[in-house]
Design a protein around this ligand. Structure first.
Ligand code: ADP
Ligand code: MG
Length: 869
């Protein structure tokens, strides 16, 4: 039967009170009204929290118990009334028109004025006290955004000429806060004793205790002890990702599994040659014996999150990253034999099943960010559920940020749900009055608008990818430079998945006094990373998504509108430290009518080739009846089989072939794995490894600064190599290698050193895997035909033929496509080309293209071209 954990220390059940529910209701309403009148609701709440906490473990008299219970119930109801009132106010809630919302030169004057105005015409209504209090929390008044209309302008000559553009917003709704008082209290306590600078140095251990999850540590540990599978749900930033692993470690979940002693002893003999150095001291003084400690694994859908969270936890535990606390992401393993807390991408854990099918080295698995529903997380659900059945001691925690908990619970045989009450301040939501044509430009304008009109507090902007982030970054730099000293300092920080880790850390550093931080982020900041200090969120309403057309197997990355659930998560990021504001760069109508409620799980909109290959090599044969939370479309599965068959990875009985088994060794798309394996035939494995590595760093090789586009383009063209872009990439890498991987060389040639370094890293990893499939590294740089044939063996599906209308047509689906203007084949017109990927922008472009001969297709893809012709 399903159990729900009430994580609140005191039961809220009104039926156990002597008063009837009706009486309680009346009474609570009175308490509420009285509290409102005397502005005391916050105080009452604080008192109660203290009381609840104090008496948590004390045996109380019945009367005392009832008393506390009543107070809690009354206050809860009071809060509900408050929320209900806010909701009722929505229609009346409109953007201040500037008349009552003075924005004068004098801050003090403005503040007083605003309150007296609001009082005088009652405009702020019931929310007035609440607002005043909110304002006090951030120590400053909040002039309403968007009040820059004509009349208001006359009152603020200062801003009039600063901004030449502005966007009109309307406020629609305030997402109510939850338990914000708790945080307010903790905040004020901190403020009493420490000034701004000292707070920075407050010990990490102290700050761990201020996270919402801390109060529920004991309940949580009890629940985990009592249940094998537990669903944990909590607001982003409550400490799930960074704290759970540490609690579990402190609770002893890394201790060796004593029941497996026999097995371990056998193993020990083999490992006698480990020297003493490997018996290391853990922070609590325990010794870790080699191979005996169990690991706590925590998966993340995003690589940046895995790295960043691991770094944070290592810091909190005061150990070196990569030792006791480590991470593993594709092509980068920062863990060791000593690692006991391991963060990794969901894809990495999936691959661990290949080497350790029962994941015996883990005592706990945390599938984090479950709500993201990535393909790999979804597949993990089925696999971990299965191993939990025959490993009764394994603990399985599924943690998620949103309200999907019920669904996870159902999937895991009605596992109990543990809710960590969130803590969030209210967030005002603003929509644009009219749709914005260019959301990047609109985002930039909004950042500046916030910067000149709003009190200090950091800004978080959601963009869809690296390119957009770089564009916005440049635009902001340029405009702030133009404004010069007319505005306060604005620190612009990007964050996206391929950003080097030293740059990633900077987003967590607090802004210097008097300055404002603007973080330009991808979806990574939606729930995976919590950045403290955000007061304003700008949400253009888009994200980059893989889309897959199951009818024709076309896969593309497209910029898609986000879901309502995402939009609300994004808005929530503004209310972590104080009441916040979220500016949506779309209209309220668009939110209501154009956004879906939830995003579609990735498994239903992606190519499954990779996963099918992996599951097949795990010996899971019946993929149709695999335990999916949401099954993929049959058509998608069928296409995956078809593709793997064409690649030679599956035989006609849909069994894995030897080639397929070797392909599964590579953490790559099957087409890339096949290319690598084919390089054996054409004796060019060294070149293919380089090309595959360069392709995997994904369009960030060439650097094109806005002020030197001509120079950069000339430099790029200098690398062009006959045959196509893959060979151009090879050329770049080899020249770089000849300079002994020089930074200076990259700089002079407009090449991104960081991307090159990453390609080198990837290449090293792939080269190590070549041993496992027993392929010799052979170099044959002059044989550009052999190299292209190897590529052809993997990418024959991606063939396009030039057609009379001046476009290319994909051979498989007769889709009209063009060569990307960046390609070295752009102004040549080869009859047949193979492309690496399609990108949908204004047109459908092929990116990374090589020229091929028609005959090569039959030679390299007999399965496919024999039958199709
Ligand atoms: P959740 O997983 O519940 O969303 P987290 O455990 O990720 O919460 O975050 C808890 C706290 O740890 C947040 O206040 C966040 O700011 C802080 N934190 C997490 N990672 C880092 C980091 N790399 N640097 C600094 N602070 C961090
Ligand atoms: Mg988290």
């Amino acid at each position: 039967t399903k159990k729900k954990f009430k994580s609140e220390p005191v039961s809220r059940d009104p039926h156990r009170s002597k008063l009837s529910v009706e009486e309680l209701r009346k009474k609570s309403r009175r308490v509420y009204l009285a509290a409102r009148k005397d502005k005391k609701i916050h105080e009452l709440e604080e008192e109660l929290i203290d009381e609840e906490y104090l008496f948590k473990d004390v045996k109380l008299t019945k009367r005392e118990e009832e008393n506390i219970k009543f107070k809690r119930y009354a206050l809860d109801l009071a809060h509900e009334h408050e929320k209900a009132q806010q909701m009722e106010n929505i229609d009346r809630y409109h953007m201040p028109d500037g008349k009552s919302d003075e924005t004068s030169k004098n801050d003090r004057y403005r503040e007083d004025n605003r309150y007296s105005d609001a009082k005088a015409n009652g405009q702020a209504g019931q929310n007035f006290e609440q607002r005043k209090w909110e304002d006090e929390v951030i120590h400053t008044a909040l002039p309403h955004f968007g009040s820059l209309d004509k009349e208001a302008k006359s009152n603020q000559p200062k801003y009039d000429y600063i901004l030449d553009e502005e966007i009109q917003f309307v406020q629609q709704l305030t997402i109510p806060g939850v338990n914000e008082l708790l945080q307010y209290k903790e905040k004020s306590k901190i403020n009493e004793h420490e000034d701004e600078n000292k707070r920075k140095h407050r010990s990490l251990q102290e700050s761990r205790k201020t996270l919402p999850i801390y109060r529920f540590r004991e309940d949580l540990m009890n629940a985990i002890r009592d249940h094998q599978v537990l669903i944990i749900e909590g607001e982003t930033g409550s400490g799930k990702t960074t704290q759970l692993t540490q609690y579990l470690y402190e609770e002893g979940y890394c201790e060796p599994d004593t029941e497996n002693v026999e097995e371990e002893e056998e193993e020990e003999e083999e490992e006698e040659d480990y020297d003493d150095d490997d018996n290391i001291k853990l922070p609590n003084g325990k010794k870790k014996k080699e191979k005996k400690m169990m690991m706590i694994g925590c998966t993340q859908p995003r690589r940046v999150a895995a790295m960043s969270v691991a770094a944070r936890v290592a810091e909190e535990m005061n150990v070196k990253l990569g030792r006791e606390v480590g991470y593993a992401i594709r092509f980068e393993d920062c863990s060791s034999e000593r690692t006991i807390i391991k963060y990794m991408t969901d894809g990495m854990l999936l691959r661990e099943f290949l080497s350790e099918p029962d994941l015996a080295s883990y005592s706990v698995l945390i599938v984090d960010e479950a709500h993201e529903r990535t393909l790999h997380t979804d597949i993990l659900f089925g696999l971990v559920k299965d191993i939990a059945r025959f490993r009764p001691k394994l603990k399985l925690l599924i943690s998620s940020a949103t309200l999907d908990a019920e669904k996870f619970s159902q999937f895991f045989d009605d596992a109990p749900i543990f809710r960590i009450p969130g803590r969030r301040f209210p967030v005002d939501i603003y929509y644009t009055k009219a749709p914005e044509a260019d959301y990047i430009d609109a985002a930039v304008v909004t950042v500046l608008q916030i910067h000149v009109t709003q009190p200090l507090g950091d800004v978080l902007v959601f963009l869809t990818g690296q390119e957009e982030i770089e564009t916005a970054n440049e635009m902001l730099l340029e405009r702030t430079r133009r404004l010069g000293t007319k505005i306060k300092e604005l620190i612009i920080l990007p964050i996206y998945s391929t950003l080097p880790s030293d740059m990633q850390i900077r987003i967590f550093e607090p802004a210097p006094l008097g300055a404002r931080k603007v973080i330009l982020a991808t979806n990574i900041a939606e729930t995976s990373l919590t950045i403290d200090g955000i007061h304003y969120v700008i949400d253009p309403g888009f994200c980059k998504q893989k889309t897959y057309n199951a009818r024709n197997g076309m896969e593309a990355l497209t910029i898609t509108p986000i879901s309502k659930a995402s939009a609300n998560q994004r808005a929530g990021r503004a209310g972590r430290v104080a009441p916040g504001k979220c500016f949506r760069l779309y209209t309220s109508w668009a939110y209501q009518h154009e956004l879906d409620d939830n995003s579609i799980p990735e498994i239903q909109r992606t190519n499954l080739g990779n996963v099918v290959l992996l599951l097949k090599s795990l010996g899971i044969n019946d993929l149709v009846n695999f335990d999916y939370m949401d099954p993929p479309p049959m058509e998608t599965l069928r296409l995956a089989f078809e593709q793997l068959y064409a690649l030679g990875a599956l035989n006609h009985k849909v069994e894995l072939t030897k080639l397929g088994r070797r392909m599964a060794e590579f953490p790559l798309d099957p087409m890339l794995s096949k290319t690598i394996l084919a390089s054996e035939t054409y004796k060019c494995s060294a070149e293919i490894l380089t090309i595959v590595s360069m392709l995997s760093v994904n369009n960030s090789i060439f650097f094109r600064p806005k002020d030197k586009t001509l120079l950069a383009d000339t430099a790029r063209q200098g690398f062009f190599t006959p045959g196509g872009d893959h060979l151009t990439l090879l050329n770049v890498y080899n020249q770089w290698k000849d300079t002994n991987y020089s930074t200076q060389w990259c700089y002079e040639n407009f090449i991104q050193f960081r991307s090159m370094n990453r390609a080198r890293q990837v290449r090293d990893q792939l080269e190590a895997l070549m041993e496992r499939v027993e392929i010799e590294i052979q170099s044959n740089p002059a044989d550009t035909i052999g190299i292209r044939k190897a590529i052809c063996s993997g990418f024959f599906y991606h063939t396009a033929k030039f057609s009379k209308n001046g476009m290319y047509k994909t051979v498989r689906h007769q889709q009209s496509v063009l060569i990307h203007p960046n390609s070295c084949l752009f102004d040549q017109i080869p009859r047949y080309v193979i492309y690496f990927e399609l990108v949908l922008t204004t047109k459908e472009y092929m990116r990374q293209v090589i020229e091929i001969e028609n005959e090569w297709l039959r030679e390299t893809a007999p399965h496919f071209y024999k039958t199709k012709k």
